[in-house]
Ligand binder design. Structure first.
Ligand code: MSP
Length: 526
């Protein structure tokens, strides 16, 4: 049977700075979806990469006394290492400096040239190198001395007067885009982002300069080799390269996986993805991705967290303190995907202790220890009506909520569902008092039911937490004698009550999430 195809992407990140919590955030979110969809039995492609061309990178390389390609080569390991450390299961890492990307970029723009969507003109506006974005004078802001600055990053902008560029007839697509948004209401998510884009497009689209002739760090156009592609006219095409566009040998793969199901991006770059990108695809006669999800910003002390502002913590520092699973869990559960969210080490400690140590880790430890004590490390046989119990009743609803949330990329909702089941299981233990049942021979079956039910709850919670807590979910499943969550082929049918096999061996082990002392961790931060 052929598997259903699923394709998700992260932005391809600039390599002028090392990966930080912000870039890790999008990447982890995409990884959670990729894992969830694989657990659903789908054939998944998950593309990330590095955006290496353009003036910003050329300037950074020059500042570091090196060439652009040497600079990029030196930065790539930091990204690949970070993604490995965070258990990111991408299928392809596209570097825009690669041969495959060059072929894609040249193919797409040659095609648009042939179709008459490009013309040569002179560009009279302004350019912000940091944002790699063109601005009309009316879009700019002024600093205290009256100089024009970028409306986004407030840095000085450069005047590009009379630079000869190739232009893409973006203005031809204004009506087509508006019609597309109307007929595909889920294309731009969440809805708040959609409203912003619609009013931006309604206010009028200008043609887009897509080439630079003033420097050569980029992909040269085949129809005019003196021009290299503007960095965004290059970067977006990485989404096609990652699944084999312009590669004869990967034609089937491309046809199977395009259009993408999701582009995950931060809200800072939704315009590029929701306006320029679909217009380019329409011009090329290629289908448009199903969804662009523009998530919010992580804020530290109320400010957008970014390397250039110097308020970016390194993922490694946090992983060292909390571990990968807790890192992923915290960012996915505590920040509503789509909205801005404040993050702090204090809050991370609280979530770690409340959810992972005291609720989930504690449940696994209690139940495996009781299985050892009362049933000699074996999953007990439940009575035939064990299905009629408070845990089973709650489970079907909770599992459905989990699936619905994951389908809607509502990670906080999904983790909350898993945690509710863990809370309920802990409460069920308190209510049924296995330690009292164990003292009474006539209650042996009741005791077996309680232990079975809580072990089974652990199996289900581990499945639900697996996209987030990639390691401890496997370990918890192993300890109760269940299959690894990543080996299931159909998550929905695995999330049905009663599949843990009686007689399987149970193991005890170290705490999955040892309790952290907040004071000590905050002292480390200072
Ligand atoms: N190279 C472009 C993207 C090209 S995609 C075809 C780019 N790169 S970037 O390195 O600046 O990465 C921007 C992305 O990083 C954001 O869209 C978002 O996904 C992530 N984040 C960077 N800072 C962030 C926060 N403070 N909070 C959340 N995510 C943010 O733009």
């Amino acid at each position: 049977m052929t598997k259903e195809h699923f394709y998700i992407t992260t932005p391809i990140y600039y390599v002028n700075a090392a990966p930080h919590l912000g870039t890790a955030y999008t990447t982890i979110a995409a990884d959670c979806v990729a894992r969830f969809q694989r657990m659903n039995g789908k054939d998944v492609r998950f593309v990330t990469g590095s955006d290496e061309h353009g003036q910003k990178i050329a300037d950074t390389a020059a500042k570091n006394g090196t060439t652009p390609i040497e600079w990029c080569d030196s930065q790539i390991p930091a990204f690949k290492d970070a993604w490995e450390m965070l258990d990111i299961t991408y299928s392809e890492f596209v570097r825009t400096s690669s041969k495959a990307q060059e072929k894609s970029v040249q193919k797409l723009w040659q095609d648009l040239y042939d179709r008459g969507y490009l013309y040569k003109g002179s560009y009279e506006g302004w350019y912000c190198v940091h944002e790699e974005t063109y601005y009309a004078e009316s879009d700019l802001e002024k600093d205290e001395e009256g100089n024009f600055v970028c409306p986004e990053c407030k840095r000085p902008v450069q005047k590009a007067s009379g630079e000869e560029n190739w232009f893409f007839k973006l203005s031809d697509f204004q009506e087509k885009l508006l019609e597309y948004y109307e007929t595909h209401p889920d294309f731009i998510l969440p809805v708040t982002r959609k409203n912003e884009i619609v009013s931006f497009v309604k206010s009028g689209l200008k043609d887009l300069s897509i080439s630079r002739s003033t420097f050569d760090w980029g992909v040269p156009f085949t129809f005019d080799e003196g021009h290299v592609a503007y960095v965004w006219a290059d970067a977006l095409i990485a989404y096609l390269t990652g699944i084999g566009f312009a590669d004869e040998a990967r034609l089937d793969e491309f046809n199977n996986f395009w259009p993408a199901n999701y582009h995950f991006v931060g809200k800072d770059i939704t315009r590029f993805h929701c306006v320029i990108w679909p217009a380019m695809l329409m011009a090329a006669g290629l289908p448009i991705p199903e969804h662009v999800f523009g998530h919010g910003f992580l804020l530290t002390k109320g400010e957008k967290m970014s390397k250039s502002k110097g308020n970016a913590l390194s993922p490694k520092e946090l992983v060292n303190i909390f571990g990968v699973d807790a890192y992923r869990y915290y960012f996915m559960s505590d920040v509503q995907f789509g909205a801005d969210g404040s993050i702090s080490i204090e809050r991370m400690c609280q979530v770690y202790n409340a959810d992972l140590a005291n609720t989930w880790g504690n449940l696994v430890s209690r139940v495996t220890n009781m299985t050892k004590k009362y049933f000699d490390f074996k999953v007990p046989q439940p009575s035939s009506d064990a299905i009629n119990n408070p845990m089973a009743e709650m489970t079907s609803k909770t599992c459905q909520t989990f699936i619905d949330c994951m389908d809607a990329v509502d990670f906080s909702g999904a983790t909350k569902a898993a945690m509710e089941l863990a809370h309920r299981a802990n409460l069920y233990i308190e209510e049924s008092e296995p330690w009292t049942l164990a003292k009474d021979e006539s209650k042996a079956q009741q005791l077996a039911d309680v232990i079975y039910n809580t072990l089974e709850a652990i199996r289900l919670i581990a499945l639900m937490l697996a996209p987030f807590c990639t390691r401890t979910s496997v370990e918890a499943s192993r300890r109760i004698g269940a299959a690894s969550p990543f080996e299931v082929e159909d998550l929905k049918s695995s999330l049905v009550w009663g599949q843990l096999k009686a007689g399987s061996s149970v193991e005890i082990g170290d705490a999955l999430f040892p309790r952290l002392e907040e004071d000590k961790i905050l002292a480390v931060e200072d």
